[in-house]
Design a protein around this ligand. Structure first.
Ligand SMILES: Cc1cc2nc3c(=O)[nH]c(=O)nc-3n(C[C@H](O)[C@H](O)[C@H](O)COP(=O)(O)O)c2cc1C
Length: 212
């Protein structure tokens, strides 16, 4: 099996970059329920060399990852999948199962989305629970391409926010309508929270331009 450092480097090529990236997580429901897998959009946070999930109480993903050791992060640029999995349960026929063999343990079957372009399998390494929040430190255990024709890309709200801010800035320069400045200021928080170092640098360019 590949070691942790190699796996992290490989996962980065699959889109697991610094900041917060938005994936569709697939998890196993408790045994006995009619639907045995669940999908939901969830951010994966990579900061200071650690990879974490922050799960708010009340979701199926929260309940599933409180119990299950393994899950998958699915890569897709299909926004319909984000909307569907955020608000509805997906049919079981949208999932398939990847087998993973931990050392000296029974094989695990981890649900993934058939429609995903790429998939990273993860193990929950450490959990920290408060009243409302479950923070889980996670580590990649395998990466796979599912759609050989399409590398796929992972959504990052920080990157999107920089592009939006650039659009607002160009419109402000054209019209001098101050409503665009408010929009740019609102995007700043997302860039700093979710973006990479490069995205913060890009935002600084817009801010400097705004300050003349
Ligand atoms: C792009 C995006 C990112 C999200 N990130 C998180 C997150 O990091 N943690 C979380 O608890 N909920 C997050 N959510 C909200 C969950 O997806 C939402 O609560 C969902 O309904 C949970 O579905 P489930 O009950 O099937 O798990 C996010 C939603 C979207 C659209």
């Amino acid at each position: 099996m590949e070691n942790g450092t190699l796996l992290k480097a490989k996962a980065e090529k699959f889109g697991l970059t610094e900041g917060i990236t938005e994936w569709i997580l697939t998890t196993k429901n408790a045994a006995g329920e009619e639907i045995s897998a669940n999908a939901a959009p969830i951010g994966i946070i990579q900061k200071n060399g650690k990879i974490c999930l922050r799960l708010f109480k009340g979701s199926k993903t929260f309940e599933n990852l409180r119990r299950e050791e393994y899950f998958a992060a699915n890569v897709t640029d299909d926004t319909v999948l984000y909307a569907e999995s955020a608000f509805y349960d997906l049919d079981e026929n949208r999932f398939e199962y990847r087998e993973y063999q931990p050392q000296a343990m029974p094989a695990e079957r981890i649900p993934v989305l058939k429609e995903a372009d790429c998939v990273i399998l993860f193990r929950c390494a450490d959990r920290n629970e408060t009243n409302e929040l479950l923070i889980i430190e996670i580590e990649p255990i395998d990466c796979m391409i599912q759609n050989a024709d399409k590398p796929g890309f992972v959504i990052n709200r920080g990157i999107n926010a920089v592009i939006e801010a650039c659009v607002h800035m160009t419109r402000y320069e054209l019209t001098k309508d101050r409503a665009y400045i408010d929009k740019i200021n609102q995007l700043q928080e997302i860039v700093f929270k979710c973006g990479r170092k490069r995205d913060r640098e890009a935002f600084e360019i817009i801010m400097k331009r705004l300050q003349g």
